[in-house]
Design a protein around this ligand. Structure first.
Ligand SMILES: [Mg+2]
Length: 358
């Protein structure tokens, strides 16, 4: 049986990025229990959309109506209904985690299959969203002191602001690998010139410099001219879209969000495709609770070695969580070895907070 639980959690600090400033995270959790084996999953919609978590749960309930989660063909029956990927993510994660738990395996190893491997730890990048250069520098120094070797800096359409933040972070963290994330906010007219300027700070890659309404051919033309490696995130919506991007030669790196992919099984299919095509993948979360973060950690454990630093360490943004977040030590997250999702108790008391002040 699959139970659904809405949540609405205040953030400990504003989440500032190119699409605005967020103060809460809403979504829902799914809990699947079969013969005593329990699995949890999470649905975390794009954080800048104003959504009612109860409405999300109602949509997921409609999706599940008449389906039998005891049927081995449950996911195929679900997919026949063409589910929204983020609704599917919660349901599929819970269902697969329960099946993994039933055979005593952690979710990652279960998804890897008998011939695959799952890493024991996954390196995590640190995220810098602070607006002011001094704050960004202090954040960068703190993240490096915590063991993060890679820092990702959120960028905006304010070119001078971007430059000041990137310069401050580079000065505060001279040995760190730096990534930029434009989140589609750079205008095509000046994006390449901006990137050429920022390239002097030694940038590993930039995420989504061009808006995703530019198709694979335009993205490939941009990449051909870019002085910095290009990672595609918002463009990398699903397996067919990613296949088209790879066919066009549009990306050096694919950013894989298990939420957007529709769950861990679909995420694994994307990892397998990119591995076959020799394109790197970075797994990131969508600012999720410990449930979704742990699921994404299991997915990231399936990446080919050497593992890239993944975008999994976002727990500091939540004022409170529904369970213990994965252990992060010296910049690496430890993949749970317990059966299923492998998290401790999930506490839903307080999961539906009053709306925070705006
Ligand atoms: Mg991104």
């Amino acid at each position: 049986m699959i139970a659904l639980h809405p949540y609405s959690l205040p953030l400990a600090m504003p989440y500032r990025w190119a699409k605005g400033e967020q103060h809460e995270r809403v979504g829902f959790l799914a809990r699947c229990e079969r013969d005593g084996a329990v699995g949890w999953g999470e649905s975390a919609p794009p954080i800048h959309l104003t959504l009612d978590p109860h409405a999300l749960v109602a949509a997921a309930r409609r999706l599940l109506e008449g389906l039998d989660d005891g049927d081995p063909g449950f996911l195929a029956a679900l997919d026949a209904r063409d589910p929204d990927p983020r609704l599917r993510c919660a349901i599929a994660t819970a269902w697969l985690a329960a099946r993994a738990a039933a055979v005593g395996m952690p979710l990652g190893r279960f998804l890897a299959g008998p011939d695959g491997a799952a890493a024991a730890t996954v390196p995590a990048n640190g995220l810098v969203t602070d607006a002011l250069p001094d704050d960004a520098a202090a954040r960068a120094a703190s993240l490096v002191a915590q063991g993060h070797r890679t820092l990702k800096i959120k960028c905006t359409s304010d070119r001078a602001g971007d430059r000041a933040r990137v310069a401050a972070v580079r000065e505060a963290a001279p040995a760190a690998r730096l990534r930029l994330d434009a989140n589609e906010s750079w205008a095509p007219e000046w994006s390449l010139a901006h990137l050429a300027d920022l390239a002097s700070f030694d940038i590993e890659y930039v995420e989504q410099p061009l808006p995703s309404d530019h198709g694979p051919a335009a993205q490939a033309a941009y990449r051909a001219q870019s002085p910095v490696k290009v990672a595609l995130d918002e463009s990398a919506t699903d397996l067919p879209a990613i296949a088209a991007l790879l066919d066009a030669g549009a990306a050096d790196v694919i950013i894989l969000k298990p939420q957007r992919a529709g769950g861990p099984d679909r995420a694994k299919a994307i990892i397998d495709l990119c591995r076959a095509r020799g394109v790197r993948v970075t797994v990131t979360v969508s600012l999720e609770t410990a449930v979704g973060t742990t699921a994404a950690l299991h997915v990231a454990s399936l990446l080919p070695a050497p593992l890239p630093d993944c975008g999994l360490a976002m727990g500091r943004f939540l004022a409170r969580d529904v369970a213990a977040a994965p252990v992060l030590t010296d910049g690496r997250m430890i993949v749970p070895t317990l059966p299923g999702l492998g998290i401790g108790a999930v506490d839903l008391d307080g999961a539906l907070s009053a709306r925070p002040r705006r």
